[in-house]
Design a protein around this ligand. Structure first.
Ligand SMILES: Nc1nc2c(c(=O)[nH]1)N[C@H]1C(S)=C(S)[C@@H](COP(=O)(O)O)O[C@H]1N2
Ligand SMILES: [Mo]
Length: 262
């Protein structure tokens, strides 16, 4: 099913643009040579915009496939940052996240500061889904969490808000210009999708550190890097201009597509 969707995405992009498949495979591959403002980079962003619009038309409110317990063959493969060394994170972990809060800020009427218990006491959703990483591996796992729509409703999103930005506790990049903590974003259509959850459980147990404890997002119609782990704050915005390099996420600022549909 998801393989079909991947090829449909490529087909749509190539049909819309009339370019070759070889060129398009570069669209999904990470290439640090692609810098903001570069001509090829702008071309790829144009393609991503077309992909997003075409997928929105085709996918609508459709659900990602869900699986059964028997389909879970291995633990969720940890990827990216798997053991944050950040002092703040280590302090929170040492106290079993009792002092951790999820802040909800930005374009909301009622900013929130939620404990893990408060999130776990809200209605939850459990789903067995497939995680696809851009590196080419997949993993089926059972995720439990609070539907993001419930949190957004509690915060009362202002009408001008367009995106949800995720701010994380882990440092993804130690560059000469300073440490960068992981960040990413999705639009409000995906944020309110019924399978978009703030997950605190994995395969029937508390979410482990390597997979994003205490809380990570699941956005089941998109690819792995669109699902930030180690959440600290979610911010409602109307543009990415003030977020990192302005492309909506750490990986996006390094050349990946903002819309990582599968
Ligand atoms: N905070 C944070 N979130 C992250 C990452 C990361 O390095 N840091 N890596 C991303 C990538 S590329 C993938 S594939 C998934 C991996 O999730 P997993 O470790 O539960 O498999 O997390 C995504 N979210
Ligand atoms: Mo990934």
């Amino acid at each position: 099913m998801a393989k079909f969707v991947i090829s449909r995405r490529k087909f749509l992009t190539s049909a819309s643009l009339g370019v070759s498949g070889i060129m398009l495979s570069g669209c999904d591959a990470f290439d640090s040579q692609l810098r903001v403002g570069d001509g090829l980079r702008n071309f790829l962003e144009g393609a991503n915009g077309l992909t997003w619009r075409a997928q929105r038309l085709l996918a609508g409110d459709s659900l990602a496939p869900e699986f059964t317990e028997a389909d879970i063959r291995q633990p969720q493969r940890p990827n990216g940052v798997t053991a944050p060394g950040d002092d703040v994170y280590r302090g929170l972990l040492a106290n079993n996240f009792a002092d951790w809060r999820l802040e909800v800020s930005g374009l909301v009427e009622k900013p929130l500061s939620l404990t893990r218990e408060q999130l776990m006491n809200m209605p939850s959703r459990t789903q067995i889904t497939r995680h696809d990483c851009v590196e080419g591996w997949s993993c089926i796992a059972k995720w439990t969490g609070t539907p993001m729509s419930l949190v957004l409703d509690q915060a009362v999103v202002k009408p001008q808000a367009r995106y949800v930005v995720f701010h994380c506790l882990d440092t993804i990049d130690r560059s000469l210009s300073g440490d960068i903590k992981y960040y990413g974003s999705i639009d409000l259509i995906d944020a309110r999708h019924p399978q978009t959850i703030l997950a605190f459980g994995l395969n029937g147990k508390p979410l482990p550190v390597e997979n994003g404890a205490p809380l990570r997002v699941r956005v089941e119609r998109q690819i792995g890097y669109k699902m930030p782990k180690y959440l600290r704050r979610i911010e409602l915005v109307d543009s990415f201009a003030a977020i990192g390099g302005g492309r909506g996420g750490y990986w996006e600022d390094n050349g990946y597509d903002w819309y990582g549909g599968i």
